[in-house]
Ligand binder design. Structure first.
Ligand code: TRP
Ligand code: SF4
Length: 374
């Protein structure tokens, strides 16, 4: 069989839809196979319950920790390259859930990657990180207790030492095989830094060994494949072991494609003025038909509809309520105008409450993170 080149470029912001290919090419596993067991530890967060978390690697390790009461840690990262929108919220909803299950939380602010690869200014990156990401995380319910948040450029020496040691056991051939030919030094630095992000909680200097789970978007899998290999190569020298990972799909953008910070009409940010958010929602694509008559006759297509997805993954917690919306869309008894108006009310309510909480969390954010001085 010919070998077909298929790469995931974590910096290309492509919309990965072909999960079967990710499973069969890269050995990612479908999350379905572990979700039933996870259910026995309490109510699942929306991204998991509503099917946005599609893949995993070695999640069984986390189930084992839950069963035996052993420690596990969440390590994930945020790219502070703009506003925090509902697509980003899916990740933090999962982090908050695992925190509730007793996991210690480490959050890496990827300022080195935002500066080196996304080419943003240091000032912008620091501002986005604190005022958008960390502040919103707290307002969404992330508990400051036992929480470690750090900037990649402003952390502890043992973490930097990992990056330096890792460099010895990674080859250019494997990096180009994973990331393609146009590898700039800034990308290599970001990749090794991300490996240190993921593996440093296992070191004795950071509270001693614990199982690490990395919840991320599907596009981050190349970094996890590399990091898991690096862990193997340092198992004797440093006692590192492979991290587990889960992968969520991207939220649909309101204008088609994925929700993306670079397309303002595609997203609703958690700090967007409420009227502006409602306007974007009302202008959104839907899974509706060309005419009202046709929609009454054929029904809409909620499974292709960004408005339905926003309800499903963020705004409607009650399963029976969501099922009703799905049904009324499918059978044509509810048209998109009506559905959008009801969604707009939910959105308004959510943002009002959230933005109220945000007033205090912006101040708290600054006290939780050590800000780099340049
Ligand atoms: N590369 C990630 C992104 O683009 C950010 C990141 C940095 C990260 N370090 C991490 C993600 C560690 C998960 C784990 O969003
Ligand atoms: Fe989407 Fe609602 Fe229209 Fe159905 S009725 S397609 S869920 S906007």
């Amino acid at each position: 069989m010919p070998i077909v080149a298929f790469r995931i470029d974590p910096w290309a912001s492509e919309d990965l839809k072909d999960y079967e290919k990710l499973f069969s090419y890269f050995g990612m596993r479908p999350f379905d196979e572990v979700v039933t067991q996870l259910k026995s530890f309490g109510e699942l967060p929306l991204p998991i319950r509503r099917g946005a978390v599609v893949g995993h690697r070695d999640f069984e390790m986390v189930l084992d920790c839950l069963k035996s009461g052993s420690r596990f840690t969440i390590l994930t990262g945020l790219m502070p390259s703009g506003k925090m929108h509902f697509g980003h919220k899916m990740l933090i909803d999962q982090v908050i859930y695992y925190q509730g299950l007793g996991a210690e939380i480490f959050l890496a602010i990827a300022d080195v990657e935002a500066y080196g690869v996304r080419k943003l200014s240091r000032e912008d990156v620091i501002n986005y990180a604190l005022n958008e990401y960390v502040a919103n995380y707290l307002a969404l319910g992330l508990n400051a207790k036992g929480l470690h948040i750090y900037f990649q450029s402003n952390y502890r020496k043992e973490y930097y030492r990992l990056i330096q040691l890792f460099a010895r056991k990674v080859t250019m051939a494997e990096l180009t095989a994973i990331y393609g030919e146009d590898l700039e030094p800034a990308k290599i630095v970001s990749v090794l830094t991300q490996a240190a992000d993921i593996l440093h909680p296992e070191l004795p200097h950071f509270g001693g060994f614990k199982t690490v789970l990395v919840p991320v978007g599907l596009d981050q899998d190349p970094h996890l494949r590399l990091t898991r290999d690096i862990a193997d190569r340092f198992s004797n020298e440093l006692g590192l072991t492979r991290p587990a990972a889960t992968y969520h799909k991207f939220l649909c953008g309101l204008t088609g494609g994925k929700m993306s910070s670079s397309k303002p009409e595609s997203f609703i940010a958690l700090t967007d003025p409420i009227d502006e958010s409602v306007r974007k929602l009302m202008a959104s694509l839907t899974g509706g038909r060309a005419t009202a008559e046709e929609q009454r006759r054929l029904g809409g297509e909620p499974d292709k509809c960004p408005v339905f997805e926003l309800n499903s993954l963020h705004l409607v917690k009650d399963d029976a309520h969501l099922r009703r919306i799905h049904e009324e869309c499918r059978n044509g008894s509810m048209l998109c105008g009506e559905c959008k108006l009801a969604t707009a009310e939910r959105l308004r309510k959510f943002l009002e409450d959230h933005q109220e909480r945000l007033k205090t969390s912006i101040e708290t954010a600054k006290t939780l993170v050590e800000t780099p001085d340049f």
